[in-house]
Design a protein. Structure first.
Length: 382
């Protein structure tokens, strides 16, 4: 059979005068004209084209997230919570708001950090923090490189300094660093040209965790003043506890610290905190109960209870939760030792547990951190 190709002028789409119907006319030489009117495939095709065009416009719309580059936080690194004032903390929380909404959209892609390079450098295990930084950077359009530390030259004897110098020579915009040594992020921030985010340095600090916890609490309670928050468990080895104590008290919440004597650091006694060694007393009138993981990897030489005893005395279950306010919420930074610091059903009970919400807020806060630091570096960096 001979193949027929229709040329442009042989196909017409038009409307007849005084008619709402579209006509499609095909007239090939020496053939009878074919006419099809609306209600047939022509409209289905037009609809398809319309939808494609609309989605395209919509995507462009999403890319145009409005950012105001004048931030109350003026630094190019985020290393510790200790020196953050209330307005600086609020700057991170407020900047996250638009990302909470953005992350609910079907298409989560913006070009705010297009062309920027972000390195994830994790010398300790992580699932939540590492992946949420990765999701955050990618949603903002940045190129993210996960350095596989296990496969890197660190194992061939290269020092951390060598590794950092090498990465620095690749001109990154942001380095996200997790390392077992306390204070290492600060040291590195003085060597490299990029912004540095401390994603956990030993037992010292983990500022983005505390910011995401504050965002989760603010979303639920809309305020911090008048809130009583219990932070429970292995306080001694917890960078999450340290960062949260700073941030939540700066925001105006009152903090109860609860745990076994051997896991509460002495230096906390100097701060304006209420310290308890008993859950029943410590949880009284609390609005939020934040549980912490026992940091087995950091516990050396300290006497700790066996897991069963620990759960009986300090593990959170519905009974112990009833010592807090009637509708108190539960938080945990993860990963959880189920059945050790928290009862598994309670952890999964979304009417009481904010644990999944914390993960969701983690992405939004990390998007805000990346946005703020990159723009600050453009403005104030050398
Ligand atoms: N994920 C948190 C951290 O890295 C809490 C934990 O590991 O227990 O500090």
């Amino acid at each position: 059979m001979k193949k027929i190709n229709i040329k442009n002028d042989q196909l017409q789409i038009y409307k007849r005068e005084n008619s709402n119907l579209w006509q499609l006319k095909i007239k090939l030489p020496k053939k009878k004209a074919i006419r099809i009117s609306s209600g047939t495939k022509i409209l289905i095709e037009a609809k398809k084209i319309g939808i494609q065009k609309y989605n395209h416009l919509l995507n462009n719309e999403i890319k145009k997230i409005q950012i105001d580059k004048t931030y109350f936080y003026k630094k190019i690194h985020l290393i510790e919570s200790e020196n953050l004032n209330k307005k600086e903390i609020e700057c991170f929380l407020d900047t996250s708001n638009k990302y909470i909404e953005f992350n609910k959209k079907r298409i989560k892609k913006s070009n705010i950090l297009e062309g920027r390079t972000v390195f994830n450098l994790f010398f300790e295990d992580s699932t939540r923090t590492r992946t949420s930084f990765e999701v955050a950077a990618k949603r903002l359009g940045a190129d993210l490189i996960n350095v596989a530390v296990k496969d890197s030259s660190i194992n061939k004897g290269e020092t951390l300094l060598d590794t950092m110098t090498t990465i620095n020579s690749m001109s990154p915009d942001v380095i996200i660093l997790r390392h077992p040594e306390e204070g290492i992020s600060k040291k590195i921030s003085k060597i490299v040209k990029s912004s540095v985010i401390n994603a956990g340095d030993g037992s010292h600090e983990h500022p983005t965790q505390a910011l995401l916890d504050a965002l989760t609490i603010r979303k639920k309670f809309k305020k911090f003043k008048g809130l009583k928050i219990a932070i429970c468990g292995d306080i001694l080895h917890s960078r999450v506890a340290r960062s949260n104590i700073e941030i939540l008290s700066t925001l105006g919440a009152s903090i109860n610290i609860i745990g076994p004597k051997s896991l509460i650091p002495l230096d906390l006694k100097r701060k304006k905190l209420n310290i308890y060694y008993n859950m029943k007393k410590g949880l009284k009138n609390c609005d939020i109960v934040m549980m912490l993981r026992i940091q087995k990897e950091r516990i050396v030489g300290t006497h700790i209870l066996n897991e069963k005893e620990y759960f009986n005395q300090y593990g959170l279950d519905y009974k112990k939760l009833s010592y807090a306010k009637k509708n108190a919420f539960v938080m945990h930074p993860g990963p959880m030792n189920r059945g050790v610091e928290i009862e598994t059903n309670l952890a999964d009970d979304i009417s009481r547990s904010l644990i999944q919400e914390q993960v969701t807020m983690g992405v939004a806060i990390r998007m805000a951190c990346l946005e703020i630091l990159v723009n600050n570096r453009d403005k104030y960096g050398s």
